[in-house]
Design a protein around this ligand. Structure first.
Ligand code: ADP
Ligand code: MG
Length: 141
C-alpha cells in the first residue's frame, strides 16, 4: 500500500546559496517538489519560535533563532511515499560533525545550529508546519 506523505522542508540562511543543489537531492530521490511563489523569505522571531517551539528553554535556543532569522530562508513542501523519513534520511544526522559526507548536513552543514536544512519530524509536525508556512498548499483531508 502506498503511503504518500507531505513534509515541510526549509533551507537555513547560512546554506541559502546551495538551496537549488540541496533541493535537487530531494527530487532526484523521487520526492515531488512544491515551491511556493515567494519561497525565499525572511523568518520572523514568531516564525522561528513556532518552528522550534519544542526547544524553548534549551541553552542553544538563542543561537537557533538567530540561525533562521538572520537572513532569508527557503521553504518548500516535499511529497511522496514516506516523504517525512525519506527527506530526513537525505538530511542525515542533526550535528554536521556527525553527519556523514554524502548526506545534506554532512555536505552543507557547518557547525550547530547551522546544519543546512530542516525536515519535519513526523506527519503531525509536517501538517502543523505546512499549514503555517505554506498555507496555500492543499493537504489531503
Ligand atoms: P533536527 O533538526 O534533526 O530535527 P532537533 O529537533 O534536535 O534536530 O533540533 C532542532 C534544531 O536545533 C537543529 O536542526 C539544530 O539547528 C539545532 N540544535 C539541535 N541541537 C543543538 C545543539 N546542541 N546546539 C546548537 N543547536 C542545536
Ligand atoms: Mg527536530
Amino acid at each position: 500500500m502506498s503511503n504518500v506523505e507531505h513534509t515541510f522542508a526549509l533551507i537555513k540562511a547560512h546554506a541559502i546559496g546551495h538551496a537549488a543543489e540541496i533541493i535537487l537531492r530531494a527530487t532526484r530521490a523521487g520526492l515531488v517538489l512544491y515551491r511556493p511563489s515567494h519561497n525565499y523569505r525572511k523568518f520572523t522571531l514568531e516564525d522561528a519560535e513556532f518552528l522550534y517551539a519544542e526547544h524553548a528553554g534549551r541553552p542553544y535556543m538563542g543561537d537557533l533563532i538567530k540561525s533562521v532569522t538572520k537572513d532569508s530562508v527557503a521553504v518548500y513542501v516535499l511529497s511522496g511515499v514516506n516523504a517525512v523519513t525519506r527527506w530526513r534520511r537525505l538530511l542525515g544526522a542533526t550535528d554536521p560533525e556527525k553527519a556523514v559526507p554524502g548526506c545534506i548536513r554532512g555536505d552543507f552543514g557547518t557547525i550547530l545550529p547551522d546544519n543546512a536544512a530542516h525536515g519535519s519530524d513526523s506527519v503531525k509536525s509536517a501538517i502543523r508546519e505546512i499549514r503555517r508556512f505554506v498555507p496555500e498548499y492543499k493537504l489531503p483531508n
